[in-house]
Ligand binder design. Structure first.
Ligand code: URA
Length: 235
């Protein structure tokens, strides 16, 4: 059972105070009967809650994929820049979604968002070694031993040792890079360690979940139930 103001707040119907007013005005019904008390407890799985006749589709957890565009920061709030949460309808802010991991402001591609902390943790934790596939456009001469150096584990400029990673040239100056950890600016710093400067970076997949190519930059969709497990599976 949960309070109706909590259920409605989570579903994007406003603050507790605003929901109190909605209830007082008789705009909220539970199983067809007006609910004037915003402190009433309901069973989200069994009771039908409606606001001005519109049935509220309550979900505890949301799982979204966003095709992150360049120029947007991976955060829920930022004083100066637009955030990935600003790209979503207000419902998702009300439901307290947050990004799973981080892409740089200029990085594009697959970003997951959720309000399920356990799911996010399982994707991020180094223990699970979830693979991430990036496409990097670069400038600079390609070293002859590029693949071997990535396979052996790159040592970053500050001496940090990376785990073995995979790099494959897919076009001139363009590489597909697979990493299974998430250090700060990892791909750019790994490339810098072999004298390649990354000019554009795009994430294609997380685990076995690939970006839906039908999503334009800035567009999102919910994951289908059967997709929710995919980030945690090998590809
Ligand atoms: N590696 C980077 O350098 N930047 C990203 O945004 C993601 C991985």
């Amino acid at each position: 059972m949960m309070r109706i103001d909590k259920l409605l707040g989570h579903s994007g119907y406003g603050t507790r105070r605003e929901i109190k007013v909605l209830c007082r005005h008789g705009d909220v019904t539970v199983n067809g009967a007006a609910c004037t008390d915003s402190g009433v407890k309901v069973n989200p799985a069994a009771d039908t809650v409606a606001v001005r006749g519109e049935v509220v589709q309550y979900r505890e957890f949301y799982y979204l994929m966003l095709n992150k565009p360049a120029g947007v920061v991976t955060a829920t709030e930022d004083k100066r820049s637009e955030t990935v949460l600003d790209l979503l309808p207000p419902l998702f802010r009300a439901a307290r979604l947050f990004p799973v991991g981080r892409l740089d402001k200029d990085t594009t591609g697959l970003l997951l968002l959720t309000n399920d902390g356990a799911w996010a943790h399982n994707i991020i934790t180094p223990k699970n070694s979830v693979t991430k596939v990036y496409v990097a456009e670069t400038e600079g001469d390609v070293p002859a031993d590029l693949n071997e150096r990535f396979a052996a584990g790159i040592i970053l400029a500050d001496g940090l040792q990376c785990l073995p990673a995979d790099i494959r040239q897919i076009r001139e100056n363009t590489f597909e890079i697979t990493v299974c950890e998430g250090k700060f600016h990892q791909v750019k710093r790994m490339c810098a360690a072999v004298d390649l400067h990354v000019t554009a970076l795009h994430r294609r997949s997380v685990g076995a979940l690939a970006l839906d190519e039908s999503l334009a930059p800035g567009a999102y969709r919910m994951l289908a139930d059967k997709e929710v497990i995919l980030p945690l599976l090998g590809q």
